[in-house]
Write a protein that binds this ligand. Structure first.
Ligand code: HEC
Ligand code: HEC
Length: 410
């Protein structure tokens, strides 16, 4: 843990300490305005045609926000512009970001799986197995904190440095201590020098580690999903969702199933941040997946928020992920330990999971740290199928296939 904290401080220093002209950038911060009718794509095109003039590019940025979505929060020192988003997309998919050139962010975050990797546990570029599962990047701009259980990672800029340079819990991209190598690879490339110059036009030497993180963060902020059948249904098309899904929606938002307490709001997650939010909306819950010693323990490499906070009451508390696109992100939970949505429903209906074999035997229903909202409920097979039909109606095919989010090297 101390290593991770040290890395965070390092990451923050890199991001904060870069040579941007924050005052100018803040004045033209494109993130402050929600303009529902223009899109990241529209904005991108407009801005791209002005790419020579950074001020204009930043001003021209307009979010293509789905109806009812607030404007994402954008740090003052990293305003959106089209050139930066495009640079970030390239970096996100570039295997030269890993030491052995085998992996990129996109290796563990595949668009067709809502930017997860279909594995229970992520595998790093040198083969190490991560204790946790890759996370969906659906609407990641709106997360209050980043990763499964860490309330210290508060920006996408800081998060991006962890897989590149982190060595704990595993080596992911393996660039720790190799900042110069990374910058050299990017500087030697035929296209990156001009792409960095366009993305960071006020800087004389823009190929920096901080700017790598900023560009990747800017790209990730555009990964916005809000055109699922559920969205069409809620904006007035009664045919967009089946009757089963409509019944499932009522169960999801009802007091028997209680799902909405932790997966509510436009992003189906209680952990939310955007322009205008003044309270700290970081949220972490214990859902009773484990109870190893009968006193609430989770497996030692996955104790949740307690690992960072050191507070025993935070045992097994994890961030509630967004449920948008959840039908394509199996297997589920922080450690991928639930294979299907049916089993997820069975877990909640029981009020916690009973692990009956293997090293983690114990009944999660009796976990003393479990949230009161996971108290169990009765459910017919039809009701289970209805809730699953509703969760499937959160799949946004346009998001999963949008060329603007795809690998530019393919
Ligand atoms: C080896 C596979 C792997 C690679 C490579 C990888 N990630 Fe991840 N990603 C994960 C895992 C696993 C988690 C959850 C980590 C945790 O909880 O400790 C995660 C979490 C995240 C999150 C947090 C999402 C949220 O909702 O909190 C973001 C953002 C993210 N990754 C972006 C990136 C970026 C950007 C890169 C490239 C610089 C990258 N990832 C590379 C596996 C990977
Ligand atoms: C007390 C808050 C809470 C309630 C109530 C709750 N969830 Fe969750 N949910 C979470 C948390 C926290 C996680 C991650 C837990 C973990 O990995 O240990 C999660 C994970 C999930 C996942 C897995 C998502 C993924 O990407 O891995 C699904 C699906 C899910 N919940 C659906 C539901 C449904 C359906 C209901 C209602 C029956 C519900 N949840 C009720 C907090 C809650």
């Amino acid at each position: 843990m101390s290593f991770r904290l040290a890395l965070l401080v390092f990451a923050t220093a890199l991001v904060v300490g870069c040579g941007d002209d924050a005052a100018t950038d803040a004045a033209v911060d494109g993130g402050a305005d929600a303009t529902p009718d223009a899109g990241p794509l529209d904005g991108a095109t407009d801005a791209a045609s002005d790419a020579g003039d950074a001020g204009d590019a930043a001003v021209a940025w307009e979010w293509d926000l789905p109806e009812g979505f607030p404007a994402p929060r954008v740090p003052d020192d990293n305003p959106m512009n089209a050139a930066k988003v495009e640079l970030g997309r390239h970096l996100f998919y570039d295997t030269r970001l890993s030491f052995n050139e085998t992996q990129s962010c996109g290796s563990c975050h595949e668009q067709s799986a809502a930017f997860t990797d279909r594995l229970a546990n992520a595998v790093g570029s040198e083969g190490a197995v991560h204790p946790r599962s890759s996370m969906s990047l659906t609407n990641v701009a709106y997360q209050a904190t980043f990763t499964w259980a860490n309330d210290l990672v508060r920006s996408l800029e800081a998060q991006a440095l962890l897989p590149i340079f982190g060595e704990s819990p595993i080596v992911e991209l393996g660039m720790s201590g190799r900042e110069e190598l990374l910058l050299e690879r990017l500087s030697m490339d035929a296209d990156y020098p001009s792409m960095f110059a366009e993305a960071f036009p006020d800087e004389t030497d823009p190929i920096t580690v901080a700017n790598v993180a900023k560009a990747i963060a800017a790209f990730q902020r555009t990964l916005i999903s809000g055109s699922s059948p559920f969205d069409r249904f809620s904006h007035g098309d009664p045919t967009a969702m089946s009757e089963s899904a409509q019944r499932g929606m009522d169960l999801f938002f009802g007091e028997r199933f209680e799902c909405f307490h932790c997966h509510g709001g436009f992003n189906f997650s209680a952990s939310v941040d955007h322009e205008g939010v003044v309270f700290d909306e970081a949220a972490f819950f214990n859902t009773g997946l484990y109870n190893i010693d009968g006193r609430g323990a989770y497996p030692p490499d996955n104790i949740g928020l307690a690992e960072v906070s050191g507070d025993p009451d935070d045992m097994g508390r994890f961030k509630p992920p967004t449920l948008r696109n959840v039908a394509v992100t199996a297997p589920y939970m922080h450690d991928g330990s639930i294979a299907t949505l049916e089993e997820v429903l069975a877990h909640y209906a029981r009020g916690g999971r009973n692990v009956t074999e293997g090293p983690w035997v114990g009944d999660g229903r009796d976990n003393p740290y479990k949230s009161l909202f996971v108290s169990g409920f009765s459910m017919t097979d039809q009701e289970r199928d209805d809730v699953i039909a509703f969760l499937e109606a959160l799949t946004d095919d346009a998001f999963l296939t949008n060329p603007a989010f795809s690998n530019p090297f393919e």
